[in-house]
Design a protein around this ligand. Structure first.
Ligand code: NAD
Length: 493
C-alpha cells in the first residue's frame, strides 16, 4: 500500500477549537496557528492560539467540575469510565494513528503500534481508582480514645503541558491519573502537534467523560503554557519538555506554591562492553538513538564503546545506519519520518555542523532531498572517535544523531556516563551478569535498560534525576502524585 492509499481522516482540516467545560470554543482573541504536516511542510488545519483568557475559562470549568458531581463518583464508576474511554479509543485507533502521523511525522508503523500501549496504559489507570479516597487506620499515642485515619484526597485541578514528540503518549500521563483519582485537568499540548490530543478529547466526550473534567487549550508556550503555569486556580502542574521551560514553570508556580512534576530532557549513555552480542547491540543501540527520528527524551545518544571493539562496532553501526529507511510517515516502508519542524531541522543541522568539526562523521549528516525538499527530513547520523566534553556529547540535540565515545575500563565508562547534567536513562550491552548489575547500580539515571533499549511498562513507569526533572510517570507513585495525605482524628469518648 502506498501513502496515497491511506485514508485521511475527516477530522484533519479546518479550524480546530479548544475544549472548555464540554464546549468547543475558539480562542477569545480569535487567533489561530497553522498545524503543519512535517512530511510536506504544508498546513493541514488550524488550532486556537489561546491566551490567559482562555486558560482562565478552562481552569474555572475544571474547578467547577472538581467541586461538582464528579467529586461524588465512586471508584467503580471512574473505573468503568476509563474502560469506556479505552474501548472508544481502541475502536478509533487507526484514525488517531493517522492524525498523529500527519501532524508530527512519526511513521504509521510507530503510531499504529501505540494502540497496544494505549490499551495497557488505560487499563493500568482503570486499576488504580480505589486509591483516591482510601483511608488507612493509623495507630496513635494520644491520651484518651481516638481513632485516627489517613486518607488520600485528590489534589484538585491539574495543568498539563506536553511536548510534540509523542502527544498520544504524553496526554495519558495527565488524563490517566486525573480520571483515576477524581482530579480534573486542563491540558496544553504543543503548538507543533495538537491535533491527535483534540481528537482524543472528542472521543473522551463520546465515551461519557463529564463536562469540565478534561479541558484542552491549545497555543504557544509563552502565552497559553505560561498562563497555566502561573494560574492561581491550578493545584499541580505536570510538565514534560525542556529544562529551560521547566525553570520558567518553577518560577511561575511560586505564586500559589503549585505541586510540580517535571519530566525533562536527557543525554543518555548507552554502554557497549567488549563482551556484548554485537548482533543485538548494533541495531539496539542505533535504534535507541534514531527511533522517532531521535526526538525521544530517553534517546541513548552517547554510545560508549569499549576500545577493543570500538572500530568494529563503529563500522557495523555505520553500515546499519545506511539501511534505515527515512520517508513520509504514511508510507508503510518508512522506519523514520521527518523532524517536527523547520526550526528543529535547522537546530539538528547546526549540531551536525558542529559535530563535523569535532569528531569523525561515519554516516549521514545531510538533509534528505536538499534544501529544495519541502519536508523536514534528515539522514540518521553517526559521529565516532568523540569524547565527552564535545558539544555533541553534552547537549541534547533531539534529532537522529549518535555520538560514539571510546572507553578503556569499566570505571571510566561509568565516569563518562555520569558526567552529564542529565539523569533520565541509560543502556548497557553485556553478557556478564555481574557487569550488568554493577553498572546499573552505578549509573545515575531513572531507567536502565540491559540488552534492550526504550521498553516501557506503564505499570512500572519512568522518571529522571538531576536536571532530567522529578516526579514519576506511570506506576503507583504517579497516581499518588495526584493525591495528598489527609489525617482525620475522631474523638471516640
Ligand atoms: P519545550 O519545553 O520547548 O516545550 C514543551 C511544552 O512546553 C510545549 O507545549 C510548549 O508550548 C510549552 N511551553 C513552552 N514555553 C513555556 C512556558 N514559558 N511556560 C509554559 N509552557 C511552555 O520542549 P520541546 O522542545 O517542545 O520538547 C522537547 C523537550 O522535551 C526535550 O528536552 C525532551 O527531552 C523533553 N521531553 C521529555 C520527556 C520526559 O518524559 N522526560 C518526554 C518527551 C520530551
Amino acid at each position: 500500500m502506498t501513502s496515497a492509499q491511506v485514508q485521511i481522516p475527516a477530522f484533519v482540516g479546518g479550524e480546530k477549537k479548544n475544549l472548555i467545560g464540554g464546549r468547543w470554543v475558539p480562542a477569545a482573541s480569535g487567533e489561530t496557528i497553522d498545524a503543519i504536516n512535517p512530511a510536506t511542510g504544508a498546513p493541514i488545519a488550524t488550532i486556537a492560539a489561546s491566551g490567559p483568557a482562555d486558560v482562565d475559562a478552562a481552569v474555572a470549568a475544571a474547578r467547577a467540575a472538581f467541586e461538582g458531581e464528579w467529586s461524588r463518583w465512586t471508584p467503580h464508576e471512574r473505573r468503568k469510565l476509563i474502560l469506556r474511554v479505552h474501548d472508544v479509543l481502541l475502536d478509533n485507533f487507526e484514525e488517531l494513528a493517522t492524525i498523529e502521523t500527519l501532524d508530527m511525522g512519526a511513521p504509521l508503523a510507530r503510531t499504529r503500534g501505540l494502540k497496544e500501549w494505549t490499551s495497557q496504559v488505560l487499563q493500568f489507570y482503570a486499576g488504580q481508582t480505589a486509591l483516591a479516597g482510601s483511608a488507612t487506620p493509623a495507630q496513635n499515642s494520644l491520651p484518651g480514645d481516638f481513632l485516627s485515619l489517613k486518607y488520600l484526597a485528590p489534589v484538585g485541578v491539574v495543568g498539563g503541558v506536553i511536548p510534540w514528540n509523542g502527544p498520544l503518549i504524553g496526554l495519558w500521563w495527565i488524563f490517566g491519573p486525573a480520571l483515576a483519582t477524581g482530579c480534573t485537568a486542563v491540558l496544553k499540548p504543543a503548538e507543533d502537534a495538537s491535533l491527535s490530543v483534540l481528537r482524543v478529547a472528542e472521543l473522551m466526550q463520546e465515551a461519557g467523560v463529564p463536562d469540565g473534567v478534561i479541558n484542552v487549550v491549545t497555543g504557544y508556550g509563552a502565552q497559553a503554557g505560561a498562563a497555566l503555569a502561573e494560574h492561581p486556580g491550578v493545584d499541580r502542574i505536570a510538565f514534560t519538555g525542556s529544562v529551560g521551560t521547566a525553570q520558567s514553570i518553577v518560577r511561575a508556580s511560586a505564586g500559589n506554591l503549585k505541586r510540580l512534576q517535571l519530566e525533562l530532557g536527557g543525554k543518555s549513555p548507552d554502554i557497549v562492553f567488549a563482551d556484548a552480542d554485537l548482533d543485538k547491540a548494533v541495531p539496539g543501540a542505533a535504534m535507541g538513538v534514531f527511533t522517532n527520528t531521535g526526538q525521544v527524551c530517553v534517546a541513548g545518544t552517547r554510545i560508549l564503546v569499549e576500545r577493543s571493539i570500538h572500530d568494529e562496532f563503529v563500522a557495523r553501526l555505520g553500515e546499519f545506519t545506511k539501511t534505515v529507511r527515512v520517508g513520509d510517515g504514511l508510507d508503510p516502508q518508512s522506519q523514520l519520518g521527518p523532524l517536527i519542524s523547520q526550526r528543529q531541522l535547522e537546530r539538528v543541522r547546526k549540531y551536525i555542523e558542529i559535530g563535523s568539526g569535532e569528531a569523525r562523521l561515519v554516516a549521514g549528516g545531510e538533509r534528505i532531498g536538499g534544501d529544495k525538499s519541502a519536508g523536514f527530513y534528515i539522514e540518521p547520523t553517526v559521529f565516532a572517535n568523540a569524547h565527552n566534553d564535545m558539544v555533541i556529547a553534552r547537549e541534547e540535540i533531539f534529532g537522529p544523531v549518535a555520538t560514539v565515545i571510546p572507553f578503556d575500563t569499566h570505571d571510566e565508562a561509568i565516569a563518562i556516563a555520569n558526567d552529564t547534567p542529565y539523569g533520565l536513562a541509560g543502556g548497557l550491552w553485556t553478557q556478564n551478569l555481574g557487569t550488568a548489575h554493577k553498572a546499573s547500580q552505578a549509573l545515575h539515571a531513572g531507567t536502565i535498560w540491559v540488552n534492550c533499549y526504550g521498553v516501557l511498562d506503564p505499570s512500572i513507569g519512568f522518571g529522571g534525576t538531576k536536571q532530567s526533572g522529578y516526579g514519576w510517570k506511570g506506576g503507583r507513585e504517579h497516581v499518588e502524585g495526584y493525591l495528598y495525605p489527609k489525617a482525620v482524628y475522631l474523638n471516640l469518648d
